[in-house]
Design a protein around this ligand. Structure first.
Ligand SMILES: Cc1cc2nc3c(=O)[nH]c(=O)nc-3n(C[C@H](O)[C@H](O)[C@H](O)COP(=O)(O)OP(=O)(O)OC[C@H]3O[C@@H](n4cnc5c(N)ncnc54)[C@H](O)[C@@H]3O)c2cc1C
Length: 458
């Protein structure tokens, strides 16, 4: 332990002895996220409120120790992993939904609220919070804001940043700041709410969130479309978009993903298909029916084998269970999963799918492709064994080529998982030195002691 005993004592005085973990076995539980990276914190601390967070951050500035904010630890870019000695600050005790307001169509909540729980609570009141990362049963709203999370519904409804109206934040120097507010329009000063959304725990600790809500869609239909050729599935995606149909979700699973999910929880997926699309439409009754008919026609024109329409809630949930299981199921093939989320413009989806296949074959790697095809956010996941040095060298080359391909097609390194530590080496490819220096200047200005989540993003 590099933290002074006196410092540990002061932290215990702030949050109480029961809310600090000191022994190694317990600290190891907070050393990882959804990547294969590890870093054991010296201390794990669970504050109960904003005041306690602010006091810890003030102490961190005085004693010069780093603070690593953490939600549920499901991140896929290494964002919450302690890169050096310091404190993991876990926000899961701050888990109250403070207000759901049907008149102003907004909700106010603490960062430790589980996203899926929040979705359910607003839906009980006939309202809707669209962001739905596939990890929604576990991840926190604070983590979603910090990563600017997306999800299947981002295709129609946008990502987390499109819903954040205001934030309460503990600044890197331990002050409490409020950004935005409760109005749909707000142009007072720089847009700090947007700056902090997606800032990956490096510019402030989010302690309260105000999000806008929508009315819950009246009707939903989900279609499972089966394809013999992956390329036909990919070109159906662009054709659906070109024809002006805007489904709520447009998800793709390739054959490796299908086989792994089926082996994992036996849902009856077609093992011989090269790809399936999971397409959900929502809205008024007539619109939903019209959209489903158009989608059927388009997929048939692109040689789909079969279309299965699910309208009952249980049937739909079964299909979504399959989709949400992919990320966990594919590790049956190899123990180490490198999840990328390079994203391309929608028109380039078929080209990107082709390039991913070529890269997998060139480096002799399993690279299942699944995810949010509708918004160009394919999730190529490279499966390997991190103990196999030769294989990991091939993985590295494949990752380089995936990012090259995405940027060449005028896409981006990350659609929703953030940069963290995993994509840090590639940031310059997209932003250039000037862009990175701009980010650094912001960080230096608000966090001169480099207290919050050091070693992340750049
Ligand atoms: C199976 C699986 C499926 C996934 N599917 C999706 C998906 O569909 N879409 C998607 O976008 N992501 C997805 N993810 C990634 C992940 O779930 C999201 O990035 C999520 O937003 C992380 O939330 P968390 O609470 O686990 O945050 P953590 O992993 O704990 O932290 C993530 C980052 O947020 C920071 N942070 C956490 N809380 C705060 C706070 N209160 N204030 C400031 N910074 C904070 C951390 O420092 C870190 O940088 C998936 C992950 C898994 C494992």
């Amino acid at each position: 332990m590099e933290l002074e005993l006196n410092t540990v004592q002061q932290i215990i005085e702030i949050v109480g002895e029961d809310n600090v973990l000191t022994n190694l076995e317990e600290r190891i539980c907070y050393s990882y996220d959804g990547t294969f990276q590890r870093g054991i914190p010296e201390l794990v601390v669970f504050p109960a409120n904003t005041q306690e967070v602010a006091e810890i951050v003030k102490l961190a500035n005085k004693e010069k120790f780093p603070v690593f904010p953490r939600g549920a630890g499901t991140g896929l870019s290494g964002g919450s992993i302690p890169m050096s000695s310091g404190v993991a600050l876990v926000l899961t005790r701050m888990n109250k939904i403070k207000e759901i307001n049907s008149e102003d169509m907004l909700a106010v909540l603490e960062p430790g609220v589980i996203t899926g729980h929040f979705n359910q609570e607003v839906e009980k009141l006939g309202l809707y919070y669209p962001p739905d990362p596939a990890s929604l049963k576990t991840c926190t709203m604070g983590g979603n804001i910090a990563e600017n999370a997306g999800g299947p519904r981002a295709f129609k409804y946008g990502v987390t940043k499109d819903y954040v109206l205001g934030l309460e934040v503990v600044t890197p120097q331990g002050e409490i700041m409020h950004t935005g507010g409760r109005t749909v329009k707000n142009v007072t000063g720089y847009d700090l709410t947007r700056l902090l959304t997606g800032s990956e725990g490096t510019l402030g600790i989010i302690t309260e969130i105000t999000v806008r809500l929508l009315p819950k869609p009246k009707e939903i239909r989900t279609a499972l479309v089966i394809f013999d050729k992956l390329e036909d599935a990919a070109s159906s995606v662009t054709a659906i978009i070109r024809n002006g149909v805007i489904p709520a979700t447009l998800e793709l699973m390739d054959q490796i993903a299908i086989k792994c999910v089926e082996n994992f929880n036996h849902l009856g997926l077609p093992l011989d298909a090269e790809a399936v699309l999971l397409i959900e439409v929502d809205g008024g009754k007539n619109q939903v029916e019209e959209d489903i008919i158009s989608i059927e026609e388009i997929c048939q024109n692109h040689h789909c084998r079969k279309i299965h329409i699910a309208s009952l809630a249980e049937e739909r949930e079964k299909l979504w269970k399959a989709r949400r299981a992919v990320s966990s199921a594919i590790v049956q093939l190899k123990p180490t999963k490198i999840s990328e989320d390079a994203t391309v413009p929608r028109s380039k989806i078929p080209e990107m799918v082709k390039r991913l296949r070529e890269i997998a074959s060139k480096y002799n790697l399993h690279i299942p492709v699944f995810g949010h095809a509708g918004d160009g956010n394919l999730h190529p996941n490279i499966l390997a064994d991190k103990n196999n040095k030769e294989e990991m060298e091939r993985v590295q080359k494949a990752v380089d080529e995936i990012f090259h391909a995405a940027l060449e097609l005028r896409g981006t390194l990350s659609g929703e998982h953030g940069i963290g530590i995993m994509k840090k080496p590639y940031l310059q490819w997209e932003l250039g030195e000037v862009g990175i220096e701009y980010l650094r200047a912001i960080k230096r200005a608000v966090d001169p002691n480099n207290i919050l989540n050091p070693g992340k993003v750049f």
